[in-house]
Write a protein that binds this ligand. Structure first.
Ligand SMILES: [Zn+2]
Length: 286
């Protein structure tokens, strides 16, 4: 039943802002159809006293499921599990435990307690239908709240020694390499989605600066490069945009609109993050 479906490729870019893309006239990111998406209030978390902000894992959860995050995940606090014995092992062999990160589903399947591994817990999609269930052949890479088994960050002391932006630039480069290599092999897929996070960190630290604009241009060039290799629909989307953080020079904070663009028009009304799921569904039925 999937034989005639349109192929869908999604490039998820954390914090890509519609107004900045438009101001810089980045045609590759804008594609043929482009707009802002609202963010469901269930994706917000309180980050200061009565200050609410879209929260990245919850936004991506809405993007890939087409539903607002369930209550229990919205309340889930960032927790760091600790265990004395394991702490000692970690101090001695820290980097060798790096492979355990991102393997939460695998661990849960075998009944391994997360608390033994001192991992940071963030909301994770369980028992919900996702866009990946719509496709018979899908590839996901690095998707917040969904993908497992990939950790591109160096673990432990090496990571601590690196500047954050350098770290995320490195991670983005790896994702770009992965994407190029997948596309150049012309693999058999209905849905392919990757995610990059550096732009979000530039938004927080370099808002309104040339560094941020150059990073946007780099992303535009990347899209230019890969779009010739993509047949079917290319969707580019973000989880929220950015606005200037009050009383700072180059600080930014999450804004209330996300970004999307499409390589061709699809007959689905696009108003909110929740409309991406029906869009992907519709495209795959064409
Ligand atoms: Zn984000």
């Amino acid at each position: 039943m999937f034989l005639l479906s349109m192929r869908v490729t999604i490039i998820g870019i954390d914090g890509l802002d519609y107004d900045i893309v438009e101001a810089l006239g980045l045609r590759n990111l804008q594609q043929d159809v482009c707009g802002k998406l609202s963010i469901p209030r269930e994706c917000y978390r309180e980050i200061g006293k009565e200050v609410y902000s879209p929260w990245t894992p919850l936004c991506w959860m809405s993007i890939v499921t087409g539903q607002v995050p369930p209550e229990e995940l919205r309340q889930e606090k960032k927790r760091v599990y600790s265990n004395e014995g394991v702490d000692w092992v970690r101090r001695r062999f820290g980097k060798y435990l790096g492979f355990m990160r991102g393997k939460r589903r695998f661990l849960m399947k075998y009944g391994v307690e997360l608390s033994k591994y001192k991992m940071v817990e963030t909301p994770f999609i369980r028992d919900m239908n996702t866009i990946f269930d719509l496709a018979d052949k899908s590839i996901d890479f690095n998707i917040p709240a969904y993908s497992e088994g990939y950790t591109l960050r160096p673990f432990g002391t090496e990571a601590e020694g690196l500047e954050h932006l350098e770290l995320f630039d490195r991670e983005d480069k790896l994702v770009m390499q992965f994407t190029r290599s997948i596309l150049s092999r012309n693999p058999d897929y209905n849905l392919f989605m990757v995610y990059m996070r550096a732009i979000d960190h530039y938004g927080h630290q370099k808002f309104g600066t040339r560094d941020l604009f150059n990073r946007y241009k780099l992303m535009d060039l990347f899209i230019h490069e890969i779009k010739q290799k993509i047949d079917g629909l290319l969707l580019i989307c973000s989880d929220h945009g950015f606005q200037q953080l009050e009383d700072t020079k180059t600080g930014g904070r999450h804004s209330d609109h996300a970004f999307y663009s499409l390589s061709q028009s699809i007959d689905v009304e696009m108003d909110s993050l929740l409309d991406i799921y029906p869009l992907v569904k519709k495209a795959m039925e064409i």
